[in-house]
Design a protein around this ligand. Structure first.
Ligand SMILES: Cc1cc2nc3c(=O)[nH]c(=O)nc-3n(C[C@H](O)[C@H](O)[C@H](O)COP(=O)(O)OP(=O)(O)OC[C@H]3O[C@@H](n4cnc5c(N)ncnc54)[C@H](O)[C@@H]3O)c2cc1C
Length: 410
C-alpha cells in the first residue's frame, strides 16, 4: 500500500488526505493543532462556485489612487511593510495584465467548476448537510450606476463561463432579507455558490470522515519533517511517522517550511479579520457590501463580518482598521447588536502572484509534493485541488489539466 504524510489539516490538507485515501493510500494527517482551526476556520464560509476569475491586482489609476490614499476599504497596507511584499507585488502586477489574467482565469475556471460537486460529495458522506446552505450569496450595490456595471459583469461571466446570477431590485432584496434596514440599488445574487455556517466545523467534519474511513490524524510540528531511507519522516506527539511521500499543505505557512529545503516561494500574504455580532435578526445568506469591501456572513456564532486584504508583514501587530470601517458601514444595513468577541480574529490568505494554487511535485525532492497558495478561494477549492493532487500522485489521468498549477512555473 502506498503511504503519505499530509502536513497541514486545513481545508486543503484534509481534502488531499480524503482523496489519497479514496485511492488506496495509507495517510497520516499531521497538524500542530486540531483540523480546521486556522485560515479555514476564519473565512467567510462561501463555497464560491461563481469565482471563475481569480482576483487580479487593480491596474486602473482611479482604483490604485483610492487604495494609496486609504479611500478604498478593499485593500489596506502598512507602508513600512510594503518593501517586504515588493517582489511578489510586482509579479502580481505583471500577471494581472489582461491577457495573462485571461489565461489564469481559463485554468482557474476548470477548478472552480469542480468545487461545488466535490464539496457536495464530501458534505453528504460526512453527514454535514446541516452546516451548509445552497442558494448562493448576494452582492449589494449602493448606486444605480454600480448596479448597472455589476449586472453587465454578471452577464459577461454567464456568457463566457455559464455562471448563473440573478439581479435583485431593492424591493426583491428587502423581501429576501427582512433584516436589512436599507437595500441600496439592489443586489446580484450569485446562484452557483453555497455557504457554510461554521467553516472550521465543516473541515472538522471532513477530518472525522477521514478518521472513520481508517485515516490517522496526529499532532506534530512541520519543522521536524525530513527525508528518511523510506521516503519522508516527521515527529508527532505519538512518535515518529514515516511514509514514501509527504504533502506540504500548510497554507500561509508553507513558504516558511520550504525555505529549509531551499525553495523561495513568492507568496503574497493578504491578511483578513473577522468578528461576530449578535443582533436581534440575522441574514439568510452572506452579503458582500461592494462599496465598503466586507462580507456579512450568518454563522453559528453570530453574524460574521470579514474584511478585504491587508498587506502587512507576517509578524506585524494587528491593525483592524478595515474591520472598524466595515462594522460602521454594516451598522447602516443591519442592527448588529453586541460583539461576540472583544478581540477580532485575523488570518492570512495564501496568495500566489500568478493567482493560481501550487499543486504538484517539488522540483528537487522526490516524494515531496506541494499543495498551497489557494488565495481568496482555498475553502472553496480544497476538495477539488485535493482530488487533482491525489490523481497526479497516483499516476491517474487528472480530471482537470494539471500543468497550469505545477510548482516551479514562472
Ligand atoms: C477573511 C477571510 C475570508 C475568506 N473567505 C473565503 C471564502 O468565503 N471562501 C473561500 O473559498 N476562501 C476564503 N478565504 C480564503 C481561505 O480561507 C483560504 O484560502 C484557505 O482557508 C486556505 O486553506 P489551507 O488549508 O491552505 O490553509 P489553513 O486553513 O491555514 O491550514 C494550514 C494548516 O497548517 C497548520 N500549520 C501551520 N504551520 C504548521 C507547523 N509549523 N506545523 C504543523 N502544522 C502547521 C495550521 O495549524 C493549519 O491547520 C478567506 C480568507 C480570509 C482570511
Amino acid at each position: 500500500m502506498r503511504s503519505a504524510i499530509v502536513l497541514g489539516a486545513g481545508m486543503v490538507g484534509v481534502g488531499t488526505a480524503l482523496h489519497l485515501q479514496q485511492r488506496g493510500w495509507s495517510v497520516v494527517l499531521v497538524d500542530r493543532g486540531e483540523p480546521g482551526r486556522e485560515t479555514s476556520h476564519g473565512n467567510a464560509g462561501i463555497i464560491q462556485g461563481e469565482a471563475v476569475e481569480p482576483y487580479a491586482m487593480p491596474r486602473d489609476g482611479a482604483t490604485l489612487l483610492a487604495i494609496a490614499t486609504g479611500r478604498s476599504n478593499d485593500v489596506h497596507y502598512e507602508a513600512r511593510a510594503l518593501h517586504r511584499h515588493l517582489g511578489p507585488l510586482l509579479r502580481y502586477w505583471w500577471h494581472s495584465a489582461p491577457a495573462r489574467h485571461a489565461a489564469a482565469s481559463r485554468a482557474y475556471a476548470t477548478l472552480i467548476a469542480q468545487a461545488v460537486p466535490e464539496h457536495a460529495a464530501l458534505i453528504e458522506a460526512a453527514g454535514a448537510t446541516d452546516l451548509v446552505r445552497q442558494g448562493g450569496f448576494r452582492v449589494l450595490h449602493r448606486t444605480p450606476q454600480d448596479m448597472e456595471r455589476a449586472a453587465a459583469e454578471a452577464e459577461r461571466l454567464r456568457a463566457r463561463y455559464g455562471v448563473r446570477a440573478q439581479v435583485l431590485s431593492p424591493a426583491a432584496l428587502a423581501a429576501a432579507e427582512p433584516a436589512l434596514k436599507q437595500t441600496g440599488a439592489g443586489a446580484i445574487q450569485w446562484q452557483d455558490a453555497w455557504s457554510v455556517r461554521d467553516p472550521g466545523g465543516l473541515v472538522a467534519a471532513y477530518a472525522a470522515l477521514f478518521r472513520q474511513r481508517g485515516g490517522t490524524v496526529r499532532r506534530g510540528e512541520a519543522v521536524s519533517l525530513g527525508p528518511t531511507a523510506r521516503g519522508w519522516g516527521i515527529r508527532t506527539a505519538d512518535g515518529p511517522v514515516e511514509a514514501e511521500a509527504a504533502v506540504v499543505a500548510l497554507g500561509p505557512w508553507a513558504p516558511d517550511l520550504l525555505r529549509r529545503f531551499g525553495y523561495r516561494i513568492p507568496m503574497l500574504r493578504k491578511r483578513g479579520y473577522h468578528r461576530h455580532w449578535r443582533g436581534p435578526r440575522t441574514l439568510a445568506l452572506p452579503l458582500l457590501d461592494a462599496a465598503n469591501g466586507y462580507v456579512m456572513a450568518p454563522m453559528a456564532q453570530g453574524l460574521r463580518i470579514t474584511t478585504g486584504a491587508e498587506l502587512a508583514s507576517p509578524e506585524a501587530a494587528e491593525s483592524p482598521v478595515q474591520l472598524a470601517r466595515a462594522e460602521a458601514a454594516a451598522r447602516d444595513l443591519v442592527d448588529l447588536g453586541v460583539p461576540g468577541e472583544h478581540a477580532p480574529w485575523s488570518g492570512t490568505r495564501p496568495c500566489m502572484p500568478d493567482m493560481l494554487p501550487v499543486i504538484g511535485a517539488a522540483p528537487r525532492h522526490p516524494g515531496l509534493w506541494l499543495h498551497f497558495g489557494h488565495g481568496h478561494q482555498g475553502f472553496t477549492l480544497g476538495p477539488a485541488t485535493g482530488r487533482l493532487l491525489a490523481e497526479t500522485m497516483s499516476g491517474e489521468v487528472p480530471f482537470v489539466p494539471a500543468a497550469p498549477f505545477r510548482p516551479g512555473r514562472r
